[in-house]
Write a protein that binds this ligand. Structure first.
Ligand code: RIB
Ligand code: CA
Length: 305
């Protein structure tokens, strides 16, 4: 069966490292391109982290770096969650797989999408590069089957009172994506909070070869949730949405991004009760079967050797 062509825009980032492995080692996905972007840490670090991960994973998708800063706002980061490097906790071997500097992420996205019949764009960091691609190559929109993002929140945020980090990092970009008319699926904070990785699962990773051990060591430094009470694997939920949609309860609704208010800048208004009376522009995951997610997570890493 033909594999599904995907492009990953990512800011590794410890939960990104997990999501990237789940995508790369899936038998159903063909990861055509990985575009490191600023976000959890600087672009220099997310680029270096991507190269280290590809070297350890022994995978060679194209790596093309994207934006080093958001469209308009000042740059923010999440180094307090992921460590200064963005992947603290493991002593990675020197990278031997490197990024292609001959083009931009947006140009590389255009090359892949224009050559494939259909491609899924996966955004697990700030949406700057996906927004710029949609803006600069409108003729490619018909060849994007779906945009799947980890971002936003049904309620309270994890960066601001009501804003989630990925959308808060570039609210204008997030708004451009939700205004694009391309089919979108969203994994907000809440499904990541429902599907925490518990200690008994984290311990199992140690038995899954070098990659499992690496992920385990990163988890010892990861500060989203806790080792004991459970770790939030937010980005993995976006990959799960693609590979195991039956695990989720999805609602078709309107998502608006606040880009003008001072106190709620970057908040996602997920309009489940249709107060805004606007047509739906996304399918939002409001629940996930945590047991099935945990089973899929363990089985996926057990197969990675
Ligand atoms: O809010 C969670 C998101 O922000 C995840 O993508 C995590 O990696 C950080 O980028
Ligand atoms: Ca991320």
């Amino acid at each position: 069966m033909k594999k599904r062509s995907i492009i990953l825009s990512t800011d590794p980032g410890i939960d990104d490292a997990v999501a990237i492995a789940l995508a790369l080692f899936s038998e159903e996905l063909d990861v055509k391109l990985i575009c490191p972007i600023f976000g959890n840490v600087s672009l220099a670090n997310t680029k270096a982290n991507t190269e280290k991960l590809m070297t350890l994973y022994k995978k060679t998708p194209k790596i093309v770096t994207g934006s080093s800063r958001p469209l308009l706002r000042e740059a923010i980061d999440a180094s307090e969650i992921h460590g200064e490097s963005g992947m603290d906790g493991y002593d990675f071997p020197e990278a031997t797989i490197f990024s292609d500097h001959s083009r931009t992420a947006v140009q590389a996205m255009h090359e892949v999408v224009s050559q494939e019949e259909q491609t899924t764009l996966v955004g697990i960091g700030p949406l700057t590069d996906i927004a710029l691609f949609l803006h600069l190559y409108p003729e490619d929109l018909a060849k994007i089957d779906q945009i799947v993002v980890m971002g936003g929140s049904l309620g309270r945020g994890n960066y601001g009172v009501l804003s989630e980090f990925n959308f808060a990092a570039d609210p204008e970009a997030a708004k451009m994506v939700f205004d694009s008319g391309v089919p979108i699926q969203v994994a907000p904070l809440e499904v990541g909070d429902q599907a925490k990785i518990m200690p008994e699962v984290t311990e199992k990773l140690r038995g899954f070869g070098e990659i499992g051990e690496m992920i385990y060591q990163l988890f010892t430094k990861y500060r989203s949730g806790s080792f004991e009470a459970g770790l939030n694997m937010y980005d993995a939920l976006a990959i799960a949405l693609i590979l195991k949609p039956e695990m989720f309860e999805l609602v078709s609704t309107r998502v608006e991004i606040e880009t003008t208010a001072a106190l709620t800048y970057g908040a996602s208004l997920i309009d489940l009760n249709n107060y805004l009376e606007l047509p739906a522009n996304a399918e939002v995951a409001i629940n996930v079967d945590a047991e099935k997610f945990e089973q899929w997570f363990v089985e996926s890493f057990a197969k990675i050797k």
